[in-house]
Design a protein around this ligand. Structure first.
Ligand code: HEC
Length: 123
């Protein structure tokens, strides 16, 4: 009995030592995700200019068609604004990798992203 509880005690210690880096590894992406949600909320709260969004979206429609073409380019028209903002921010930060979209988003500030999200989500 005594021997058994000593062993569980040791296993408990090992368990925690092994768990600590795992918890840290889980916490890091969670805290990054929390940051990016705060960024999405901040941009959603901006007073966006829908006409500016329409103007900017002229550059997107060569690739992004209004309906799915079955290719690699997703439909962005009519998507949820928060979804669009999140996608654009993650391309911009490089968190989401795509050469074309990473370069498209380099030129977009918060105001542009807000305007595009407002315009595209209302299509
Ligand atoms: C040269 C072609 C091209 C242009 C121009 C372009 N995109 Fe994209 N876009 C893509 C491709 C390809 C993908 C898919 C990338 C992936 O899945 O990694 C994509 C993905 C996206 C996504 C993610 C959609 C999803 O459901 O995951 C958004 C949002 C987006 N683009 C917005 C825009 C906006 C806004 C513009 C204009 C400012 C734009 N794109 C211009 C090619 C383009």
């Amino acid at each position: 009995m005594i021997q058994l509880s000593a062993r569980t005690g040791a296993m408990h210690k090992i368990g925690f030592t092994m768990l600590a880096p795992l918890l840290l590894a889980l916490w890091l992406p969670l805290s990054i995700a929390a940051d990016s949600n705060a960024d999405v909320d901040r941009i959603l709260a901006l007073e966006a200019d829908v006409d500016y969004g329409e103007y900017l979206a002229g550059d997107c429609q060569t690739c992004h068609q209004a309906v799915a073409t079955g290719g690699a380019v997703p439909v962005i028209a009519g998507q949820e604004a928060s979804y669009l903002i999140k996608a654009l921010l993650s391309f911009k930060s490089g968190e989401r990798e795509n050469q074309v979209m990473q370069s498209v988003t380099q030129g977009l500030g918060d105001e542009e992203i807000a305007a595009l999200a407002l315009y595209l989500s209302n299509l």
